[in-house]
Design a binder for this molecule. Structure first.
Ligand code: HEM
Length: 322
């Protein structure tokens, strides 16, 4: 009896809903009657997902390489999903900001701890061979990696340190974009010319990156923080969460990634060939890139030692204790 009353009231609510948009509820009820039950595999498009791992060689470890890149791109998408919510939020509530940053940091934690799948999880010999069939493609061409940066901070903070003093506050987004740090990477070690990897990436994504940077002008995560009332800006949990994100994105992940480049590419001449002969050894270390999303949160010393602590920790343990 109680059930009947509940169903009647639900039908009345549905009737209201469909009437408001000029729809006929009876047709929708028929649709419900004939519809198949939803299954797990349809809901998450499992068959499609599992059909996306298509190796280009017969080396079994290539599948690990493909899948781990795909997993990483999905995590990048999760990070962007949270970044977009911070940027779109009008409430300026500290708790909302912190919650989203903590999620982002959780995703980075998963990415950083799982990187051993790359560093230790493939045979080096296989890698050096199948990698040749993938040239000139490189994770360098990950657009989501760059989008995460554009959402986090204004272009001024992504300009390479060597360009400091060569631009003014009034320079256009296009001018700043040309000086962005990653244009120093994927460069031919011998000639200093841009590789095809970099040229293709610029050709495909420059319009999208410029458009995004313009949309986000004065509205990145860093701006959101700086625009908060003073009391909120001093919230320790918020400052800590921002710093953890900065260090995860610009030191911890890049160092794990660098570890895999060293493991696979850092030996004889074949190693150089396997990257297409790029300047990765100079370019990839965080202390070279010196990207800091939220520079106001650090002291001068912290900024000048950005990314160096790890090197001391591993190579000068005495120094890192001080
Ligand atoms: C064995 C594993 C890996 C090796 C040896 C490797 C190697 C490299 C190298 C040498 C570069 C520098 C660009 C170049 O010279 O072509 C690079 C850049 C990059 N790779 Fe990887 N990579 C590996 C795994 C991954 C994975 C799993 C991802 C995830 C998407 C990834 C994403 C990137 C990104 C985003 C960059 C640009 C980094 C920056 O600009 O600072 N890589 N990689």
């Amino acid at each position: 009896m109680e059930d009947k009353g509940r169903i009647e009231s639900q039908i009345l609510k549905l009737q209201e809903k469909y009437k408001d948009s000029g729809q006929d509820i009876s047709s929708y009820l028929d649709g419900l009657l004939y519809q198949r039950y939803l299954t797990y595999w349809d809901y998450i498009h499992l068959d499609t997902l599992l059909s996306l791992q298509v190796p280009r060689t017969h080396f079994p470890d290539e599948e690990i390489f493909i899948m781990y890149h795909q997993i990483t791109e999905l995590y990048f998408k999760l990070i962007l999903h949270e970044e977009k919510q911070i940027v779109d939020d009008k409430s300026q509530k500290e708790s909302f900001f912190i919650e989203k940053l903590n999620r982002i940091n959780n995703y980075y934690k998963a990415l950083i701890s799982s990187f051993s799948i790359m560093i230790r999880g493939m045979e080096r010999e296989q890698f050096l061979q199948y990698r040749m069939a993938l040239l000139p493609a490189s994770g360098f061409q990950s657009a989501q990696y760059r989008m995460i940066e554009l959402y986090a901070t204004p272009l001024e903070n992504l300009v390479h340190v060597s360009e400091e003093g060569k631009y003014t506050e009034n320079d256009s987004i296009e001018t700043l974009y040309e000086k962005i740090y990653w244009k120093k990477g994927a460069t031919d070690l011998r000639t200093g010319e841009k590789t095809l990897t970099l040229k293709q990436f610029e050709y495909r994504y420059t319009p999208r990156f410029i458009r995004t940077a313009k949309q986000l002008e004065k509205n990145t995560i860093y701006h959101k923080y700086l625009d908060m009332p003073e009391k909120s800006r001093h919230n320790k949990a918020l400052i800590d969460a921002l710093k953890v994100m900065d260090i995860n994105a610009n030191i911890n992940w890049p160092l794990m990634h660098l570890g895999s480049a060293h493991r696979y590419l850092n030996q004889d001449n074949t190693s150089i060939e396997a990257t297409g002969g790029t300047n990765w050894k100079e370019y990839l270390p965080p202390s070279f890139q010196h990207v800091v999303f939220f520079p106001n949160l650090y002291s001068k010393d912290e900024l000048s030692n950005w990314g160096k602590e790890w090197v001391d920790h591993h190579f000068n343990p005495e120094k890192s204790k001080n």
